[in-house]
Ligand binder design. Structure first.
Ligand code: NI
Length: 481
């Protein structure tokens, strides 16, 4: 007989199976729901703790910044906390920082930030600080530091730091001092250009290709980055030809003619401007067309004996032919100017020729003695606006023509000067004329007896001579048209 299981027993068996499934579901539930959620809760608590730790660490860093950078002056702070993916940003600025300066510098700081990798584990701490310097000028410092959170040490660790170049502002009108505000004119810009070329030549001691690039460096414009500082300018020279981009410090000692008393400390002005004593009778001797191996050494010997310094406007082709002699003129303390390469009448020449005459002479003089001529004397005194522009340096004329080039006669040369000389003038002579070399001792004795003091062109003009201007004497300055 087949034994049939009782119904209740069947029920019991199926009930046992049901309970097993429920149990399994419970276990799965515990594993997949309860564990993660409790872990999540734990991490929430942990995150909250980290947020708190970060806050404390941030406050500490900000406090440190206030103490060191701001000397505990009143500041305003702006904190931006992003919930995810972006770093926390804190900016600390002077309480009285003008809005427009803050805006322009914040933009520059943001530019730096964007080049840095940033995550929510980072803190970006930036500052803008103003500090009085002299007169009405304040220095503006700005910088940014990035920190990364180290969860093991529970601390921020410094990653990167960058400062913006110092800038300066005028308190009176709240403006940042730009090159245009400081330099004001194209001629001052040209003076900075000439000084920059000399500094580049000194700094790079360049090979011929780079010398070319420096000698033909395009004129600066108001877009050329030139940063004002109280005692120098910082010029970012754009790449040109074989010359790569260069940053050049130009001390005001080398651009005395551009100094603007509003932006320069009086102490520095006093040391850079020559003694402008107008009580004495001054005279500047100038010698053109050399060097010449027969006559120039005689003239140098006389000047040395009389302890006098003069100014020589050398011809490029003669410098190239006698570089040692050309250098000797400079070594003996005389000033050097350019008189073109081939004695060309520049106002009748085309631009290309003018440029070539000037650059070739610069090159010859640079190769002979390592410097660029600071002035130009155009042959026959012939200039126009194009010549002035391309020369890019002060144009030195004369008010006393010895006519030694015409008379070639010692007595007549002396008489001519005796009849036409006046105080604070510029005498035109030629160191290629034997008659001039012969009469020079007598001429100097006579001028000394008249009470004249001998000066160089730069001394006569108190270092205030500017590109594009022409000088006939200390007081006769003209623009070129
Ligand atoms: Ni000449």
């Amino acid at each position: 007989m087949r034994k049939v299981q009782p119904r209740h027993m069947q029920r019991t068996a199926s009930g046992w199976y049901t309970n097993k499934w429920i149990l399994l579901a419970l276990i799965i539930g515990i594993i997949f729901i309860v564990v993660p959620s409790s872990l999540f809760l734990i991490s929430k608590v942990d995150q909250k703790a980290v947020v708190k730790q970060k806050k404390v660490a941030t406050a500490h860093l900000v406090h440190e910044l206030e103490q060191t950078r701001f000397n505990n002056q009143a500041v305003s702070k702006k904190e931006t906390v992003h919930p995810t993916s972006q770093p926390t940003q804190v900016m600390v600025v002077d309480k009285n920082l003008p809005k427009d300066i803050q805006t322009s510098l914040t933009q520059k700081l943001q530019k730096i930030e964007t080049t840095w990798r940033s995550s929510s584990d980072e803190l970006l701490l930036s500052y803008i600080h103003i500090k009085p310097t002299f007169k009405n000028i304040e220095q503006v410092e700005a910088g940014i530091t990035s920190y990364e959170w180290n969860n093991r040490n529970k601390a921020y660790e410094q990653k990167k730091q960058e400062k913006l170049p110092l800038s300066y502002r005028q308190v009176t009108d709240n403006q940042l001092i730009t090159s245009q505000l400081f330099l004001k004119s194209e001629e001052n810009l040209a003076a900075v250009h000439l000084a920059t070329k000399q500094i580049l030549l000194d700094k790079l001691k360049p090979k011929s290709e780079v010398v070319d690039a420096i000698l033909t460096l395009p004129a600066f414009t108001w877009d050329t980055p030139i940063a004002y500082h109280p005692d120098h300018l910082v010029v970012t020279v754009p790449a040109s030809g074989k010359l790569t981009e260069q940053t050049v410090d130009v001390p005001y000692q080398k651009i005395k003619c551009v100094l603007n008393p509003d932006y320069v400390d009086d102490k520095l002005l006093a040391t850079t401007t020559a003694n402008q004593d107008s009580s004495t009778k001054k005279i500047a001797l100038t010698f053109d067309d050399g060097p010449n191996p027969t006559t120039t050494p005689k003239i140098l010997a006389t000047l040395k004996e009389q302890q006098i310094h003069a100014t020589f406007f050398q011809l490029g082709k003669n410098v190239a032919a006698h570089p040692e002699l050309a250098k000797q003129v400079h070594d003996e303390g005389h000033e050097i100017g350019s008189h073109t390469y081939n004695h060309v009448q520049l106002n009748k020449a085309d631009e290309q020729t003018i440029q070539k005459e000037i650059v070739e002479t610069d090159r010859a003089i640079y190769q002979a003695m390592g410097l660029l001529p600071q002035f130009i004397r155009p042959p026959y005194g012939a200039v126009n606006a194009t010549v002035a522009k391309l020369a890019g340096r002060p144009i030195i004329q004369w008010d006393v023509d010895s006519r030694d080039w015409a008379t070639k006669n010692a007595a007549k040369t002396l008489a001519q000067i005796q009849q036409t000389v006046s105080p604070n003038g510029i005498i035109l002579l030629h160191d290629i004329q034997p008659s001039t070399a012969a009469v020079l001792p007598q001429l100097i004795d006579w001028l000394k007896a008249q009470g004249y003091e001998f000066v160089t062109i730069d001394q006569l003009l108190h270092s205030q001579e500017k590109p594009f201007h022409q000088y006939f004497s200390q007081t006769d300055e003209r623009t070129v048209s």
